[in-house]
Write a protein that binds this ligand. Structure first.
Ligand code: ATP
Ligand code: MG
Length: 508
């Protein structure tokens, strides 16, 4: 927990009063009040589309609200731009990074600093970057090129940049959504050292566990409004979930209620070697009708490649893939789909949804030809998904690209997991991190859909870095480490420790 150097009676570092920010068709922030105190970690918690990123954008000067006011250290202030915000010590690390690949870490850090960058000598900049990195536990090589860095390292660059620009108040927008559990722990240590030094951190998230772990206070938002403002010491997961979603949420484990039947997906000796690197290494697995096989592992251990191979997006170097008795190895995604395979890829916006198209057109993209003609059915399906997944959108004809990140994911997942194309009674579903970036209400819905598909006799391969999720809904669990399956257990007999060690590459 952060220390709180605020003495009683000192004004908050920033107060937002009755903030209203509208977009065409939505009130993203609807009369929002929030107080940020010096030295605290203040979480903004809320479902997808609740208005968190919008509020942060108002607080840092990126959006000027239509109504309401900001008080900085008790003084009414209008921020016209992020530069204005930075001049008053407020900086934001965005959900999507804004770095330039071919520049070095140090160059990116000083980029946009019009006041002095041209005067600074490169070695001084590197020293300054190294010093900030050292102070806050953000190990970085100032001369490395951004293009060569991992996502976690790029995030460090963004944080160092914000600190370099003099931010006392740092707004971190869903910083852990791109991190491995180990990287998230390192980030939490950094956050603690920043607040210990008197800085304020706004931590945006929809993960209850991490909010309770890192934050001193939480402001909960729903549909653009504040629904709660509590100390983390005096609240619970259940209370936070209720304030977020507006109803009780059930995230208790779900297992198959009947024995698994015939194998639907069979993978034998699957291997992918590219440029001398073997990312999938002799994987054998079988998923039966009526079961969920969970693949646990730290991201980057071959998950993406394995899923792409099974879905036919990529051709294997060796091995065989059979879907519902039809061999589909190397025959491409259409053949896999025709054999009864549905695929929710990890990179959803990159490969799954066309941002310029409406939700209705996105529904039609993967449908058989006859369906193409039937816009009425597609629109009805889109409306059904909007309702059941509580998708925040102005309607089925709005472009997918305007939806908040989480809402776009809901649409894609619903389209794949919930499609009913008549003929196939039993199908194979490959779901890569199906709930990453989703809020608890949507997670409950997705788990319910997977559970329902299992009960109907579908065979489901769940690939997820989220060990909690794998443990909660799988019947059998295997661990993928460096492209190999290294540990297998039934969910009933699963040991969190053994799985964790296998994930970390420790073999008994
Ligand atoms: N630039 C924009 N143009 C139009 N609508 C927008 C824009 N930015 C946000 N919205 C809408 O405003 C609402 C709030 O969005 P916001 O991005 O603030 O939500 P969020 O809480 O950050 O969600 P997520 O968890 O999915 O990131 C959503 O309905 C979203 O579609
Ligand atoms: Mg957001």
């Amino acid at each position: 927990m952060g220390v709180r150097p605020d003495h009683p009676g000192a004004p908050p570092a920033i107060s937002a009063r009755r903030i209203v920010k509208r977009f065409p068709g939505v009130v993203a922030n609807d009369c929002v009040d929030v107080d940020l105190r010096r030295g605290e970690v203040h979480a903004l918690l809320g479902e997808n589309g609740a208005g968190k990123s919008t509020l942060a954008a108002v607080l840092c000067g990126l959006y000027v609200p239509e109504e309401g006011e900001l008080l900085i250290d008790g003084v009414r202030t209008v921020l016209h731009s992020p530069r204005d915000g930075l001049a008053r010590g407020i900086g934001m690390v965005h959900q999507h990074f804004r770095l330039i690949d071919r520049f070095t870490v140090a160059e990116n850090v000083v980029l946009g600093d019009r006041t002095q960058s041209w005067r600074l000598r490169p070695d001084r900049i590197e020293d300054a970057v190294a010093e900030i990195a050292e102070t806050y536990g953000l190990p970085l090589d100032p001369s490395a090129h951004i293009g060569d860095l991992s996502v976690g390292q790029r995030q460090r660059v963004e944080i160092v940049k914000t600190l370099y620009q003099g931010a006392r108040i740092l707004l971190l927008d869903e910083p852990t959504s791109v991190l491995t559990p180990q990287e998230a722990d390192a980030l939490f240590a950094t956050v603690r050292s920043m607040t210990a030094a008197g800085r304020t951190v706004v931590f945006i998230s929809h993960k209850l566990g991490e909010v309770l772990e890192i934050a001193d206070r939480v402001t909960v938002m729903r549909d653009g409004r504040v629904t709660g403002d509590v100390d983390t010491d005096s609240t619970t997961r259940e209370e936070l979930a209720r304030m977020m979603v507006g109803r009780e949420v059930d995230l208790s484990p779900r297992r198959a209620r009947a024995a698994a039947r015939e194998p639907m997906l069979r993978v034998e000796g699957l291997t992918l070697t590219r440029g001398g690197v073997t990312s999938v290494d002799g994987v054998d697995l079988e998923v039966r009708a009526g079961e969920i096989l969970g693949i646990a592992g730290v991201s980057g251990n071959g998950q993406r490649e394995l899923a792409d191979l099974i879905a036919g997006v990529e051709a294997p170097t060796a091995g065989r893939i059979t879907v519902s008795g039809t061999e589909v190895t190397g025959r491409g995604p259409r053949a896999a789909r025709a054999a009864g395979l549905a695929y929710v890829p990890e990179d959803r916006l990159g490969t799954g949804l066309a941002p310029a198209l409406s939700m209705v057109d996105n529904m039609l993209l993967t449908r058989p030809r006859s369906f193409l003609l039937d816009r009425r059915a597609a629109r009805a399906e889109a409306r059904d998904i909007i309702e059941r997944f509580e998708v925040k959108t102005t309607g089925p004809d709005a472009p997918a690209g305007l939806m908040s990140g989480g809402n776009a994911q809901k649409v894609l997942i619903a389209r794949e997991l919930d499609s009913t194309d008549g003929e196939h009674t039993a199908r194979v579903l490959v779901a890569a991190s199906p709930t990453r970036g989703l809020d608890v209400g949507a997670i409950e819905t997705v788990w319910g859909i997977l559970d329902g598909a299992r009960a109907r006799g579908e065979a489901i391969l769940l690939i997820s870095e989220d060990l909690e999720e794998v443990l909660a809904i799988s019947d059998r669990i295997v661990v993928l480490s460096e492209g190999r399956l290294v540990h297998e257990t039934t969910a009933a007999a699963a040991s969190r420790e053994a799985i964790g060690l296998a994930m970390a590459g420790v073999t008994p």
